[in-house]
Design a protein around this ligand. Structure first.
Ligand SMILES: Nc1ncnc2c1ncn2[C@@H]1O[C@H](COP(=O)(O)OP(=O)(O)OP(=O)(O)O)[C@@H](O)[C@H]1O
Length: 327
């Protein structure tokens, strides 16, 4: 059985289509990533699947329950950790967990046992009686994940689980997420715009852009789709270089950016010398040249013609990160 099945899911805000006709399925026990730049529609998709937002059209089921006709059962069977923090700052970690357990009407003896088990899982058992106000960003995130698991959901929704966290804390959190999936068999759907995060955690990745899915597969297969190697050339005259080399028959794809060119071709090592010679013959300076195997960044570029970084961290992200730091 599929943990999640989505057919033609669409969300419009007035005349603007934020999510456009999405269809995909997620198997039980899978870690599935929605990767894309800010505004791609990731959070809107998660909000619809977790019944927080009504779709404009299309349908979806979570754990076999229809998100529009069976909202209560969907909610009972999922755990949600969204971007905006919802912990009570003045309560201890234990109290936050306990409050959530009461909301879900988990009997007291089971509740106490479960809370301790989960706090141990995220290594917060030693700090269970400290008030959340004193917690670091990473500790809060771990507590939110533990809390989202208290009612034993089969599917966990993680919206940008490591946004604004430092690399070390991010790594740490990835380990918990992997552990949850492996040890508890929980299906996880997460959104991210960190390539590395999607690459590390997700069994399959749907790359989203402008409300649609532009590619969906395992990370390896997506990279194979791009094929060959990627040469990146930085040059102050990249426009000229683009015109000079674009018609080389070996080139599978070539993209012009602000100060660089990316070229997709097989056996890059063989052709680098030829490209450098052509640049030199045309008096085009080259500041740097590098060859690498395709990354998810290249996959995004291949399918959209833009880099995710060009889309950039917008004001919304910076604001959220600032909020997290302040908290
Ligand atoms: N309630 C709303 N009303 C109007 N537009 C909205 C609303 N919620 C989201 N949008 C718009 O829908 C688009 C998709 O937003 P969404 O938050 O789903 O993107 P995202 O991929 O999750 O991006 P981010 O990484 O910034 O969260 C954006 O252009 C956003 O401005």
């Amino acid at each position: 059985m599929f943990a999640i099945k989505v057919e033609g899911l669409t969300k419009k805000f007035g005349g603007f289509t934020a999510v456009n006709n999405l269809s995909f399925s997620i198997k039980q026990g899978e870690v599935f990533g929605l990767l894309g730049p800010n505004g791609a529609g990731k959070t809107t998709t998660m909000s619809m699947l977790s019944t927080m937002l009504k779709p404009s059209s299309g349908k979806a089921s979570v754990n076999g329950f229809d998100i529009q006709t069976n909202e209560d059962d969907v909610r009972k069977s999922i755990g949600i950790v969204f971007q905006d923090q919802s912990l009570d700052e003045e309560l201890t970690a234990y109290e936050n967990m306990d409050f959530h357990g009461r909301l879900y009407r988990i009997p007291k003896n089971i509740r106490q046992e479960k809370i301790m088990e989960l706090l141990e899982l995220v290594e917060l058992d030693g700090k269970k009686d400290n008030i959340v106000k004193t917690y670091s960003g990473g500790m809060r995130r771990r507590l939110e994940i533990a809390r989202g698991l208290l009612h034993e959901p089969k599917v966990l929704f993680l919206d940008e689980p490591t946004l604004g966290l430092d690399p070390q804390t991010r790594n740490h959190l990835w380990k918990y997420i992997e552990k949850l999936n492996k040890e508890k068999g929980i299906t996880i759907i997460l959104t991210t715009h960190y390539m590395e995060e999607a690459d590390k955690l997700c069994h399959r990745i749907a790359i989203m852009d402008k409300g649609g899915i532009v590619a969906l597969d395992t990370s390896d297969k997506l990279k194979n789709d791009v094929g060959g190697d990627i040469i990146t050339i930085v040059s102050s005259e990249n426009n000229k270089l683009y015109s000079v080399i674009r018609s080389l028959p070996e080139i599978k794809n070539i993209e012009l950016h602000d100060s660089s060119l990316t070229i997709d071709l097989q056996n890059a090592e063989k052709h680098v010398a030829q490209i450098v010679t052509m640049a030199s013959d045309n008096s085009i300076p080259i500041d740097s040249i590098s060859i690498h195997k395709p990354t998810l960044e290249d996959v995004f570029l291949y399918f959209t013609g833009r880099t995710i970084r060009e889309e950039g961290a917008n004001g919304k992200e910076r604001m959220r990160m600032a909020q997290r730091v302040r908290k």
